[in-house]
Write a new protein. Structure first.
Ligand code: ADP
Length: 460
């Protein structure tokens, strides 16, 4: 097994990784910015090293500082978590060059799947369905217009290097194409330093369904079922669940097999996610991208399968085989995750971090909370506003919904505003309760839900 892991991250995911390491009796080295010195991950790790200033660009994105810390503290490996440097092939490569094991897929695989136009081509070549679109990259708006004309409107112009919904623009007709193309190109250039674009048909009212996969160095590749992540705002997921109500057993099997095929074609190793959009009306699914890291919503899969995904990552990095074969993966009950963000939905989701004056976390049967919060901790304005994840499991979807409601009723975060009330109201929405929601749900119902919350004078 690994002996000492440096965790190149912060917040709840750093805490999550430390927990897995401690159970495996692996030592941990936390890194932190000057703003994070009192953070939980630093307190729980075997030791902590300050690597720079509060801005991510001064600390969590400073590859050389992190690698120096890892070497100086005698680490044998680096876990990148999600975000920050987790999908940076250069970082993975430099870690390997410094003699460290990068806990993730090989750098070449990160690179291959990170270029989405290339990943699309790879999927096509191995028979995994992709969204109808351009055969490769698209150079000019004129070329894009011709392709869109053949595909049919509306279309999405996407950045090949894209992520987090950036560098992505919709065009409903020829008049919108040129401005959308230029906007996507400018955003792609400024966010990723890569203005390569490609085109996809916009699937109307799809569900976002993703499959968790695991692969080891021995050639075993398995999937651990799906997550329905359709509840999103501006491509930011808010609530996820598993199973996805829209999948028939046959479709689920087919998509799971496609995810495994995708991972094999990519030469994958470790934990990853294959994302699809599901055209519910047509019963068709299409690959959109592969994420080559652990994801925020991984606990949904952990509760449903009992597989500890972070421990599997550590096993695979140490050269051990996966602990389960495909036929040994058992799925039980229904799981829902709710992300709690320090933000005010009524003020256009303005981030509003602050000091935690009082904290009470929900517990009881079927409830898990992943968070870095404690009473007296000050959530920093420098980083992502997500401060906690509440995950519940029930025997049925209805029980999971009711359990999440009561977990949110118990959760008390005093000191700053969160989206807790909005999430609570979604759990009572008739369409959500029926499982009839797609990626447009939140945008469609936001006003109505916010009005309800306001009328109630706040829910919590
Ligand atoms: P990013 O990496 O920027 O998040 P994705 O390709 O994962 O980009 O897309 C983000 C979200 O946009 C998806 O979750 C899905 O809801 C939506 N999306 C992406 N491609 C399509 C498409 N072709 N049709 C409809 N929705 C799409």
């Amino acid at each position: 097994m690994l002996k000492r892991v440096l965790i190149a991250n912060r917040g709840e995911i750093a805490v999550r990784i430390i927990r897995a390491c401690r159970e495996l009796e692996i030592e941990t080295v936390a890194v932190c910015s000057t703003a994070d010195k009192d953070s939980l991950h630093c307190q729980l790790a075997t030791r902590a090293v300050c690597i720079g200033g509060p801005r991510a660009s001064e600390s969590y994105l400073r590859r050389e500082n992190i690698l120096t810390a890892a070497v100086a503290t005698g680490c044998d490996s680096i876990h990148p978590g999600y975000g920050f440097l987790s999908e940076d092939p250069g970082f993975a490569r430099e870690a390997e060059e410094a003699g460290l094991i990068f806990i993730g897929p090989p750098p070449a695989v990160i690179e291959r799947m990170g270029r989405k136009a290339q990943a699309r081509a790879l999927m096509m070549s191995c028979g995994v369905p992709v969204v109808p679109g351009s055969p490769g990259t698209v150079e000019t708006a004129k070329e894009a217009e011709a392709i869109a004309g053949e595909l049919g409107w509306p279309v999405l112009i996407k950045a090949s290097a894209g992520g987090g919904g950036r560098g992505m623009r919709r065009a409903d007709g020829p008049q919108q194409l040129a401005p959308a193309f230029e906007a996507a190109r400018a955003e792609a250039e400024s966010c990723f330093g890569d203005s390569t674009l490609y085109l996809e048909k916009l699937i109307l009212r799809p569900k976002h369904v993703e499959f968790q996969i695991l692969a080891d160095s021995q050639g075993n590749v398995i999937h651990l079922g799906e997550r329905d992540c359709s509840l999103q705002r501006r491509n930011q997921k808010l609530m996820e669940e598993s199973p996805c109500k829209a999948l028939s057993p046959a479709l689920r099997r087919e998509m799971g097999e496609a995810a495994v095929k995708a991972a094999r074609a990519a030469g994958y190793r470790g934990a990853g996610t294959v994302e699809f959009v599901l055209d519910q009306a047509a019963g068709a699914y299409y690959f959109i991208e592969m994420n080559t890291r652990i994801q925020v919503e991984h606990p949904v899969t952990e509760l449903r399968t009992g597989v500890d995904l972070v421990k599997e990552q550590l096993r695979v990095a140490a050269g051990l085989p996966l602990s389960a074969r495909q036929e040994e993966v058992a799925f039980s009950g229904h799981v829902i995750e709710c992300r709690v963000n320090a933000e005010d939905p009524a003020k256009n989701f303005l981030p509003c971090p602050g000091r935690v004056e009082f904290l009470h976390l929900p517990g009881g049967p079927g409830v898990r909370v992943d968070t870095m919060l404690y009473t007296g901790y000050t959530a920093s304005p420098y980083y992502d506003p997500m401060v906690a994840k509440v995950i519940v499991q029930g025997a049925t979807r209805l029980e999971a919904i009711r359990r999440m409601r009561r977990a949110l009723e118990e959760l008390m975060i005093r000191g700053f505003t969160t989206n807790q009330g909005l999430a609570y109201l979604i759990l009572y929405h008739p369409d959500y309760m029926k499982g009839q929601y797609d990626t447009g749900f939140l945008e469609d119902h936001l006003e109505e839900l916010l009005a309800l919350e306001q009328k109630a004078g706040g829910i919590f």
